[in-house]
Design a protein around this ligand. Structure first.
Ligand code: MN
Length: 246
């Protein structure tokens, strides 16, 4: 498949002043575009051409991994920003407090990991298979999916993410970035939705998975391979729709 740039629900200048239009234009328009172009060029004529971006990130290495993961990471990063931040959903605040002591303690630990990451990389909030949350500082194009974890949010601390606006003041960028996070999207990742088949009554529940088809408990619907079918009526994933919270 051919990989493309994510369509973003905000304008290039909408994140200013925390992220200027100039930074956005370079970061999204040039850096990310280059990773997407390189990925498409590198996978042409290889088995990776038939895989989804998730599959490539999980299975590749070297230059293909670097460009695939940078495409994945940046897509995730930009889609999780918003110019109109809303309060953190209560269930997410409670979850973070249960894992890290308080929301403030979580933010402190995350910011410390981001400020302390040596060189280029990404800081992540990720859930392991048991559902426990972790803060991970990954160098270069690192992505928690390669460790079997589900990414919940990420911060790009490559210099190209902040140098135009903040020069060497990475901590100032981290501080401003907190005001751009779409907490609703983080909550959606943290509490994977149940999905219902639109042609029969089957409901996919991430808490139980679909072990008979090899889908482990704890697998979000988005993470199920595309060739999976409804165990009741046999329709493909695109026949499913997310169900409201219980
Ligand atoms: Mn970047």
């Amino acid at each position: 498949m051919k990989h493309t740039m994510p369509e973003l629900p905000y304008a290039p200048e909408a994140l200013a002043p925390a992220m200027s239009k100039e930074t956005f234009d370079y970061h999204y328009g040039k850096h990310l575009q280059t990773y997407v172009d390189n990925l498409n060029r590198l996978i042409a004529g290889t088995p990776y051409e038939a895989m989804t971006l998730d599959q490539i990130v999980r299975k590749s290495e070297g230059a293909i991994y670097n460009n695939a993961a940078q495409t994945w990471n940046h897509t995730f990063f930009f889609l999780m920003l918003t110019p109109e931040q809303r309060p953190m959903p209560q269930r997410l605040a409670e979850r973070l407090a249960a894992e890290f002591g308080s929301v403030e303690a979580f933010k402190e630990e995350f910011a410390k990991a981001a400020a302390g990451l040596f060189g280029s990389g990404w800081v992540w909030l990720a859930a392991d298979k048991g559902g426990k949350l972790h803060i991970l500082a990954e160098s270069n194009a690192g992505n928690p999916m390669t460790r079997g974890m589900r990414p919940l949010m990420t911060l790009d601390v490559w210099e190209h993410a902040y140098y135009i606006d903040y020069r060497n003041r990475r901590a100032d960028f981290i501080g401003a970035w907190w005001g751009l996070i779409d907490w609703d999207k983080v909550a959606e990742r943290c509490f994977p939705a149940r999905y219902g088949c639109t042609s029969c009554d089957y409901v996919y529940d991430p808490a139980t998975g679909d072990p008979e088809s090899g889908i482990k408990a704890g697998t979000a619907f988005e993470e199920i391979p595309d060739d999976w079918v409804c165990p009741v009526c046999g329709l493909y994933k695109d026949a499913f729709a997310p169900l409201p919270e219980q």
